[in-house]
Design a binder for this molecule. Structure first.
Ligand SMILES: Cc1cc2nc3c(=O)[nH]c(=O)nc-3n(C[C@H](O)[C@H](O)[C@H](O)COP(=O)(O)OP(=O)(O)OC[C@H]3O[C@@H](n4cnc5c(N)ncnc54)[C@H](O)[C@@H]3O)c2cc1C
Length: 231
């Protein structure tokens, strides 16, 4: 296995963009280092020595380093409660302790622990691409396919909301994860494209499929009714 150890974010990005099909960043390694993971057979670019592992507050915003683990989110006094709850959807402490926020987003999974909550929170990210640093919404990033290096996730410190997960068990793939914050609604549904909007009627424009997590009808029913639930 070839592992690159860049000394700066710029160097990491340079290696990644030079061979986009045969490299992957190595963060917590929970996906990269498993058989059948997205990075199987690829050269790894270890980004763990680049910093980006702190949670800081500045002018009412939280700057969450992409290398912050899901467990760090749970333990932080700064992180809004519903974002912590989303991090806890990763039921295994061992995995939470290794898996990073950046790795979770970069995998662009349809059952991502964090995607719905961060989209509902209207979080943005700061990322480095071959063209330089950019800021974009988490939702736009997740819809795209760029190979940029995630550096920080930025959200309002006092953001409130709720998040709810439906799955057969806490360790199986989620059929649906819904999140609301302010007037923003977001849905991650297994087998469907991530949806985010200012209306709860997201299900109307979504396509649903049958799979191991449930039937299309079941997932559509959940998507239609979940936002009427209140804690
Ligand atoms: C058994 C099992 C079940 C899982 N179930 C779920 C699940 O239900 N929901 C879910 O969301 N995840 C799940 N995962 C996936 C994974 O554990 C998490 O999503 C985790 O957060 C990935 O983070 P990591 O730091 O370990 O990433 P890594 O494994 O190190 O990296 C994963 C990918 O992210 C990219 N990446 C990492 N950091 C960055 C960065 N800063 N910038 C750009 N790209 C980056 C890498 O290129 C790599 O391809 C599961 C994994 C396993 C092994």
């Amino acid at each position: 296995m070839i592992i690159h150890r860049p000394q700066s974010a710029a160097e990491a990005v340079q290696i990644r963009y030079a061979s986009p099909d045969t490299t992957a960043y190595l963060a917590g390694g929970t996906d990269d280092l498993r058989l059948g993971g997205a990075a199987e057979g690829k050269e790894l670019i270890d980004i763990n020595a680049l910093g980006f592992d702190t949670i800081e507050e500045k002018d009412g915003k939280l700057y969450i380093g992409a290398q912050v683990t899901l467990q760090q989110l749970v333990e932080s006094d700064l992180i809004p409660a519903f974002i912590k709850e989303a991090a806890k959807f990763c039921a295994s402490f061992a995995k939470r302790n290794a898996a990073t926020v950046g790795g979770n987003l970069a995998l662009r999974r349809d059952d991502s622990y964090l995607a719905a909550a961060l989209c509902a929170a209207e979080a943005k990210l700061i990322a480095l691409s071959a063209k330089g640093e950019k800021e974009e919404s988490v939702y736009d990033y997740l819809k795209g396919s760029c190979k940029c290096l995630l550096e920080y996730i930025v959200l309002d410190k006092n953001r409130e909301g709720w998040v709810k997960r439906f799955g057969n068990t806490s360790s199986s793939h989620a059929a649906l994860i819904a999140a609301v914050s302010g007037e923003t609604y977001a849905l991650s549904v297994k087998g469907s494209a991530l949806a985010c909007s200012n209306t709860p009627d997201l299900y109307e424009t979504m396509e649903f499929c049958d799979d191991l997590t449930g039937s299309a009808e079941y997932k559509k029913y959940l998507a239609k009714t979940v936002f009427t639930l209140r804690r």
